[in-house]
Design a protein around this ligand. Structure first.
Ligand code: MN
Length: 522
């Protein structure tokens, strides 16, 4: 794939840099679901995590490495043998894998972060790139804080890393400080001054602190870079990374000015965006380019009139090209299991087990009885809901809520907690408060509720509600989600989902490991 001159490699770091967004932690199950979609989407390299950072990261990289069919898994490592060993261990199940190793090269980072002299950094590159090269010939080397690095020193380190076996050289704008003209110049300088540069592919890794991540990445490509590191929905540290969907659609739509190719199947972009948004609990802003709810909506009369006469008047790309379909009335209570399965394929759900299909189909039948119209969005919500409940140790058996004016609101709840059925009744400041108090009574725990959010899946008063709940315990957060036509049932299930994930997370990460996670890099 890398041989074609104008082919741009898409390196996705949603599960590594993206997961470093405060509050964006994803469970193993969610990461596997995301990986399957990325594999179909045509992502070339999937940076699945930072294996040394925590057992959770290690496990995720390991499991993802086993299931990818097309994409190449990659793990991040600092310049230590322990990090590189952990990467190799986690990745080795894959037929092909990449080790990504990095060190800081800016004067500021070398002095204050690493406490190393430039000579020591040079030695470290020699030692660790060479070491990583023993495990695979697919080595990527990054110099952290690249855009604030002295150019001569940068050229020297890049030449050395290539000599030690790095095939990809990544230029991170770690702090999102660069602008397109400057970023272009950095790439051009490397191409002009590093004698062995033809033996490596140059890569961009741009942060969006000034809203320039996509522009900088594209400037890098026009100067000769052939890999872009990016994330779905642009999630990532602080203001995030370059958004994959924006980069891919900019190249596709303005191919007259940017004659490059990616391997991305753009019709899955919308789906990938939704899955990542659900897993992280980060809503996509309405006016977000490509995947925002309003990205293809025309409100003003003049625009609507123009659109009716000729689509191209105000449309530079079609909604279908990114997988946005007209909301369609698709299924009813008489639809069978086979049609349901076909529908899931149409909606981009691949590799779902028969068990999950069976559960989702059962829910679909119940929903079709309750709700007049069942839309694509409803079915997607049902499946997502079924997918996230696989490992629950606490399950809702029944819920009755008494709400309204006058009386204090009350909830009667039955839960199954580790196989044992328990009942409770609580009153609260509103029905949701009463529900959450019941859960607390039946399974004693001490978490902070950080977010409670309700979205209607479709229009209409009989629409399903998707509820997102984020909870925090000792600095760790989890996000739970659930969908139901009854907002209160969805609320209970979303809270339980977050709690179940927290229980799994407690097992995976010790406080010391959590401290280690904070050291996450570039
Ligand atoms: Mn980064």
């Amino acid at each position: 794939m890398a041989n074609e001159k104008n082919r741009v490699i898409i390196f996705d770091t949603t599960m590594r840099d993206g997961e470093q967004s405060p509050g964006a932690s994803m469970s193993l199950e969610e990461k596997i679901q995301i990986s399957r979609i990325f594999d179909e989407l045509g992502v070339d390299i999937i940076e699945a995590g930072f294996p040394i950072a925590s057992p959770g990261d290690y496990e995720a990289v390991k499991e993802i490495s086993k299931i990818l069919k097309n994409s190449i898994p990659c793990g991040l490592s600092r310049h230590t043998k322990k990090d590189i060993d952990a990467c190799h261990e986690a990745l080795k199940a894959a037929p092909r894998f990449r080790i990504h190793t990095f060190i800081s090269t800016s004067p500021l980072h070398m002095k204050h972060k690493l406490n190393k002299s430039p000579e020591q950094v040079i030695e470290s590159i020699k030692e660790h790139v060479t070491y990583a090269r023993k495990f695979t010939d697919d080595i990527e080397w990054s110099f952290e804080d690249g855009t604030r690095t002295d150019m001569d020193f940068m050229c020297k380190t890049v030449e050395l890393a290539i000599n030690c076996g790095a095939k990809t050289i990544n230029i991170p704008d770690t702090v999102g400080y660069s602008v397109p003209s400057e970023f272009k110049k950095i790439i051009e300088t490397l191409i002009n001054k590093v004698p062995n540069i033809d033996k490596a592919i140059l890569s961009t890794h741009c942060h969006n602190d000034l809203g320039l991540a996509v522009a900088n990445s594209l400037a890098g490509v026009s100067a000769g870079a052939r890999q872009i590191e990016c994330t779905i929905n642009g999630i990532g540290e602080r203001a995030g990374n370059a958004a994959l969907e924006e980069i891919v659609m900019a190249i596709k739509t303005r191919n007259d000015l940017m004659p490059f190719k990616t391997g991305i199947n753009t019709e899955l972009l919308s789906k990938a965006s939704k899955v990542v948004s659900n897993a992280t609990g980060f809503p996509v802003q309405f006016n977000k380019a490509i995947v925002g709810k309003n990205a293809f909506a025309h409100e003003s009369g003049i625009h609507q009139d123009g659109m009716l006469k000729h689509k191209n008047t105000y449309e530079i790309m079609t909604p279908e090209s990114v997988g946005v379909k007209q909301t369609s009335l698709v299924m009813g209570k008489h639809s069978g299991r086979h049609a349901f399965k076909e529908k899931l394929n149409d909606l981009g759900y691949m590799g779902i087990t028969d068990d999950i299909i069976q559960i989702a189909f059962g829910k679909f039948k119940v929903l079709a009885d309750k709700k007049k119209h069942v839309y694509d969005e409803d079915i997607a919500a049902l499946v997502d809901d079924s997918l996230i409940k696989e490992d629950n140790v606490i399950n809702l058996k029944s819920l009755k809520v008494f709400a309204g004016t006058g009386e204090p609101q009350r909830a009667d709840m039955t839960l199954e907690v580790y196989g044992e059925v328990k009942k409770a009744t609580e009153t609260g400041d509103g029905p949701v408060d009463a529900i959450f108090k019941c859960v607390k009574k039946l399974y004693s725990h001490d978490v902070n509720l950080k977010l409670y959010q309700v979205h209607a899946v479709t229009e209409g008063t009989d629409a399903q509600a998707t509820v997102s709940v984020r909870i925090e315990e000792n600095g760790k957060t989890t996000v739970g989600q659930a969908a139901d036509t009854d907002t209160l049932v969805a609320s209970a299930n979303a809270y339980l989902n977050a709690l179940n994930k927290m229980i799994i997370k407690r097992k995976r990460t010790s406080p010391e490991e959590y401290e280690q996670q904070k050291m996450k890099g570039i």
